[in-house]
Design a protein around this ligand. Structure first.
Ligand code: 6GP
Length: 839
C-alpha cells in the first residue's frame, strides 16, 4: 500500500496505461518497437527469430495487463483459490495459444504479412517449454488452460528447470539424448527477483520449553538455498482472466556469490556454492511412471513444496483471516505424490512457526489437501529412505512419524482384532533401510483422493489403497476422468476442422462448452460437409507426410492408412506389440501374390516417443522399430503398401501436427496398466479412430462414441492376474504367429539378432508380464478388421464424424468443473469485462 501512486496523480497514470492492440497496425507498432528497442535490431536485421521475438513480446504485454487486472481482482475479492502443485507442466509453445486465446491471431497474421512474414513460420520459431515427461505433465498444462478459461482463481506451482526433457536424436536407429537449452530466449516468463524464499536443508531439531512452558521443536542449522519466482502468464480463452504459473529457480542464498569468501580469496569455492545451489532446479528427471529415489530429486521436491507453501501462507496472511479459515481460502491439489512433502511442511509451519496445537493444525492440513493418483504401477510408487530423509529433512521425518503414530492408533481403535493391518498401512515400510511410503502419507493427509478414469479409480480402491477404503470408508476415494483442452487440441492443432464445425454450429461457442459438439451429428449426412471433412483429414495427413519427408527423407503417401502410436516408450504401453504386429503383416504381405497384394490397404505405421535414458528395454524397442523400418521401407515387394516411420523427438508441438493426421491411433496397454491416457481423447477429437484395449479412458470413450466406432481387442483387466499366474506356473504356450515373428528376428532379418534377445526373452522366458503373446492374435485380427473397414471410405467417414460429435465429455473444462465442485469447493471469479469469443 505504501507503494501506491497518490490519488491526485492517478489520473496521469490511467491516461498513460498501455492500451491493448486490436488492429494489425497497432500490433505492428508494438512488435516493431520491441524489435527495435528490446531486441536492438532493425529492419535490415530482422530474421524470423527476431520477428517471433517481437511478436511474442507484443503479446506478452497484452497478457501481463490482463494478468495484473486478474490478480488485483482476485486479491480484492478475497475468495478461495486453488493451487495446483505439479513437478511437471508440459506447456509446449505459448505464442499460438496466446494469440488464439486472446482472439488476435488474425490481427497478428495480417500484421506479420505486412512486414513480409508468414505467421506459420513465425510460430515455428518457438522452442517448446518441455517441463514434463508425458501424460501427467501435459494434463497439468491442460488444467491450467481450463482453470483460466473458466475464470477460476488458480495458481500453478512448479520448478523452472534449466533443462527440460532431453531432445531425442535417432542415430543409426538408436536414441541419443541431447540437452534441451530452452531458456536461451524465453519471452514468456517474468523473473520476480523480489519474490524470493530461503529454503533450509539438513541441520538438526532442537526441542525446548517456551515462555509458556510448552515443549516446542525448532529446526536449526544446515544449509540455505534461495528460491526465486519466475511467473508465466496463463491466458484463458475468450475471457480477460489470465492466471499465473509460478516456477521456482534455485540460487545460492548469499546472492551471486559469497562476498566474504570472495574477499578472503576463496573465489572458486564461492562460485562452487552458487553452482551447487543452482543444481537443484537444473534438470527435469526424465522418468515417466518410474521412481528412482535419488537424493537430488528429494531436494527438488522439498525446495519446490517449501517455496510454494511459504508463498501461499504469505498470501493467506495478507487477507487477515483466522487460521481455521485456511481451508476456506486455500485448496491445494497434489499432482501425484511428488508434492506430498507439502503435507508435513504445512503442519510444521502451523505448529512450529505459527504456534498452533497439533490437532487443530492437522484438521487444517487435512481439509486443505487433496491428492490425484496417476498410476498403479508398483515401480512408480514413490518411497524415500528414512536415513536420507533424516539427513535432509530431520524435522519433517519427526512430523511424519507423529502423523503415522496418530493414524495407527486410530486404525488400532477401529480394527482392534486385525493387527496385521497396522504394518500394511503404516507410512513407514519396515524394510532395510526403512522407507517412507509417500502415497500413504498423501492419502492420510488429504480429504479426497482421486483416480483419473473410472477403471483406474476402481482399481486403486481394490489394490494399492484397499485397506484405506476400509479405514476411511469409500467416500474419500473418487473418480475424475481426465480431459483435454479443446483450444489446443482442436482449435489450435486443427484450425480447419474447428472452422468447419464452427460454420455448421454457428459459432465457436463449442470451444467453451464441448458438449455442443453433439450437434455435429446432425450434419453427418450433409454431402458438402462430408467432403470438406475428408479433405481436411487428407490435408492434415499431407502436412504430416511433409514433416516426415523433411525430417527423415522418407516419402509416404497421404492416401495410405496412417496408423499412429505416439507416447512415452514403455513396456506396459506395448509398442513392442505394435512392431511385432508390423512384422507379422509384412510376412503376410510377402506371402501374397502380386495380384492379391493389389487388393490390400496401404498402411503407414508411425511411431514416436522418448525412452527414459536408463530404460534399456524401452531403448531396445526404439532400435527394433528403426531396424524394421529400414528393412521394410526398402523392400520392393511391398513398396507403398507398408511403411514404418519413427518420428524423432516427439513433443507437444510435434503432437499438434501428428494428432490431426491419424486414421487409426494405437492405445494398446495391457489391461489395467494405463491409468487413463489422454492422447486417445486427442486423436478421436480430431476424427481419427482408435484400436485399443479395454483400459483407462478407452472404456469411457467407447461408452460415449459407441462400440461400432472403436476397435477393441485383448484380454480384460479382471483376467490379467490369472493369466500372469498361468505363465509362471502353467504350461506356457507362445502364440504361433508371434513365434514366426520371433524366428525372423532371431534369423537376423533386422540386423544383429543379439540386440533383441532380451525383448524376446521377456516374453518367452520371463513370464510375459505384459501379456504380449496372449493378446497378439486378437490384435492382429482386429488390425485385419480395420483393413476391411477402411475399404468402405463412406462408412469410415461416418464413424469419424459421429465419434467427434460424441466427444464432448472429454474436455478438461468438464474435468476442472468436477474438481471445483466435488473436491475444491471453488467458485469462479468472472472478470469485470469479458472479451468476445473470436477465432
Ligand atoms: C500418467 C498415466 O500413465 C496416464 O495414463 C494418464 O493419462 C496421465 O498420467 C494423466 O493422468 N502417469 C504418469 O505420467 C506418471 O508418471 C506417476 O504417473
Amino acid at each position: 500500500v505504501e507503494a501506491a501512486i497518490p490519488e491526485p496523480q492517478r489520473a496521469a497514470w490511467i491516461k498513460h496505461t498501455p492500451k491493448p492492440f486490436s488492429t494489425p497496425e497497432e500490433f505492428e507498432k508494438d512488435a516493431i518497437r520491441h524489435i527495435e528497442t528490446t531486441l536492438a535490431r532493425s529492419m535490415y536485421n530482422c530474421d524470423e527469430l527476431a520477428a517471433y521475438s517481437g511478436t511474442a513480446l507484443a503479446f506478452r504485454d497484452r497478457l501481463i495487463m490482463s494478468w495484473n487486472q486478474t490478480q488485483q481482482q482476485h486479491t480484492f475479492a478475497d475468495q478461495k483459490r486453488v493451487y495446483y502443485l505439479s513437478l511437471e507442466f508440459l506447456m509446449g509453445r505459448a505464442l499460438d495459444n496466446a494469440m488464439l486465446n486472446v482472439g488476435q491471431k488474425d490481427v497478428a497474421a495480417k500484421g506479420l504479412a505486412d512486414l513480409g512474414f508468414r505467421i506459420e513460420d513465425i510460430i515455428n520459431q518457438e522452442h517448446d517449454a518441455a517441463l514434463g515427461n508425458g501424460g501427467l505433465g501435459r494434463l497439468a498444462a491442460c488444467f491450467l488452460d481450463s482453470l483460466a478459461s473458466l475464470d477460476f482463481p488458480a495458481w500453478g506451482y512448479g520448478l523452472r528447470y534449466r533443462y527440460g526433457i532431453f531432445k531425442q536424436e535417432i542415430i543409426d536407429g538408436y536414441q541419443v539424448e541431447v540437452p534441451d537449452y530452452w531458456l536461451d530466449f524465453n519471452p514468456w516468463e517474468f523473473p520476480r527477483h523480489d519474490v524470493a524464499v530461503d529454503i533450509q536443508f539438513y541441520g538438526h531439531v532442537n526441542r525446548y520449553q517456551n515462555d509458556e512452558g510448552k515443549t516446542v521443536s525448532q529446526w536449526e542449522g544446515g544449509e540455505i538455498v534461495r528460491a526465486v519466482a519466475y511467473d508465466v502468464p496463463v491466458p484463458g480463452y475468450g475471457t480477460e482472466t489470465t492466471n499465473n504459473l509460478r516456477l521456482w529457480s534455485s540460487k545460492a542464498a548469499s546472492g551471486e556469490f559469497d562476498f566474504q569468501k570472495f574477499n578472503s580469496g576463496e573465489y572458486e569455492s564461492s562460485v562452487a556454492d552458487q553452482q551447487r545451489a543452482e543444481t537443484i532446479s537444473a534438470v527435469l528427471y526424465p522418468n515417466d511412471n518410474l521412481d528412482r529415489g535419488k537424493e537430488l530429486r528429494l531436494k527438488q521436491q522439498y525446495f519446490w513444496c517449501a517455496a510454494s507453501l511459504h508463498d501461499i501462507v504469505r498470501r493467506f496472511k495478507k487477507g487477515g483471516h483466522a487460521w481455521k479459515d485456511f481451508p476456506n481460502q486455500v485448496a491445494i491439489q497434489l499432482n501425484d505424490t511428488h508434492p506430498t512433502l507439502a503435507i508435513p511442511e504445512l503442519q510444521r509451519i502451523l505448529v512450529d512457526v505459527e504456534g498452533l496445537e497439533w490437532d487443530e493444525a492437522w484438521i487444517i492440513v487435512h481439509k486443505t489437501f487433496s491428492y490425484t493418483n496417476h498410476t498403479v504401477l508398483p515401480e512408480a510408487l514413490e518411497k524415500w529412505s528414512v536415513p536420507l530423509m533424516q539427513l535432509l529433512l530431520p524435522r519433517h521425518l519427526q512430523i511424519i512419524y507423529d502423523i503415522n503414530l496418530q493414524f495407527l492408533q486410530f486404525v488400532e481403535r477401529t480394527f482392534p482384532k486385525e493387527r496385521e493391518v497396522l504394518s500394511r498401512v503404516s507410512i513407514i515400510e519396515e524394510s532395510q533401510p526403512k522407507m517412507v511410503r509417500m502415497a500413504y502419507l498423501a492419502v492420510i493427509g488429504s480429504h479426497k483422493v482421486n483416480g483419473v478414469a473410472e477403471l483406474h479409480s476402481d482399481l486403486i480402491k481394490t489394490t494399492i489403497f484397499q485397506d484405506f477404503v476400509k479405514i476411511y470408508g469409500p467416500d474419500k476415494f473418487t473418480n475424475v476422468t481426465n480431459g483435454i483442452t479443446p483450444r489446443r487440441w482442436l482449435h489450435q492443432a486443427n484450425p480447419r476442422l474447428s472452422a468447419l464445425i464452427a460454420s455448421k454450429l454457428g459459432s465457436y461457442d463449442f470451444l467453451k462448452d464441448l458438449t455442443q459438439l453433439n450437434k455435429v451429428e446432425n450434419f453427418v449426412q450433409d454431402q458438402e460437409f462430408r467432403k470438406e471433412w475428408r479433405e481436411i483429414k487428407l490435408a492434415n495427413k499431407a502436412r504430416l507426410a511433409k514433416h516426415i519427408k523433411d525430417t527423415t527423407g522418407l516419402e509416404v503417401d497421404p492416401k495410405a492408412l496412417f496408423d499412429i502410436q505416439v507416447k512415452r516408450i514403455h513396456e506396459y504401453k506395448r509398442q513392442q506389440l505394435n512392431i511385432f504386429g508390423v512384422i507379422h503383416r509384412w510376412l503376410a504381405l510377402k506371402a501374397l501374390s502380386p495380384e492379391e497384394r493389389k487388393a490390400t490397404v496401404p498402411r503407414v505405421f508411425i511411431f514416436g516417443g522418448k525412452a527414459a535414458p536408463g530404460y534399456w528395454m524401452a531403448k531396445t524397442v526404439i532400435h527394433l522399430i528403426n531396424q524394421v523400418g529400414k528393412v521394410i521401407n526398402a523392400d520392393s515387394d511391398v513398396g507403398d503398401l507398408l511403411k514404418v516411420v519413427f518420428v524423432e523427438d516427439y513433443n507437444v508441438s510435434k503432437a499438434e501436427i501428428i494428432v490431426p493426421a491419424s486414421d487409426i491411433s494405437e492405445h494398446i496397454s495391457t489391461a489395467g496398466t494405463e491409468a487413463s491416457g489422454t492422447s486417445n481423447m486427442k486423436f478421436v477429437l480430431n476424427g481419427g479412430l482408435i484400436i485399443g484395449t479395454c483400459d483407462g479412458a478407452n472404456i469411457e470413450i467407447t461408452r460415449e462414441i459407441g462400440e461400432n466406432n472403436i476397435f477393441l481387442f485383448g484380454n480384460l483387466a479382471e483376467d490379467v492376474e490369472e493369466l500372469r499366474h498361468g505363465h509362471l506356473y502353467g504350461n506356457y504356450q507362445l502364440d504361433e504367429g508371434l513365434a514366426k515373428v520371433f524366428d525372423e528376428i532371431r534369423n537376423g532379418r533386422f540386423g544383429d539378432a543379439q540386440a533383441f534377445t532380451a525383448l524376446i526373452n521377456a516374453i518367452v522366458d520371463h513370464g510375459d508380464y505384459y501379456l504380449v503373446s496372449d493378446d497378439f492374435n486378437s490384435y492382429c485380427k482386429t488390425q485385419e478388421l480395420i483393413d476391411e473397414a477402411y475399404k468402405d471410405q463412406e462408412e469410415w467417414l461416418t464413424k469419424s464424424i459421429t465419434s467427434v460429435a460424441r466427444m464432448g465429455f472429454f474436455s478438461s473444462d468438464r474435468c476442472i468443473e468436477e474438481y471445483a465442485e466435488t473436491i475444491w469447493n471453488l467458485e469462479p471469479q468472472k472478470p469485470k469485462e469479458s472479451a468476445a469469443l473470436d477465432a
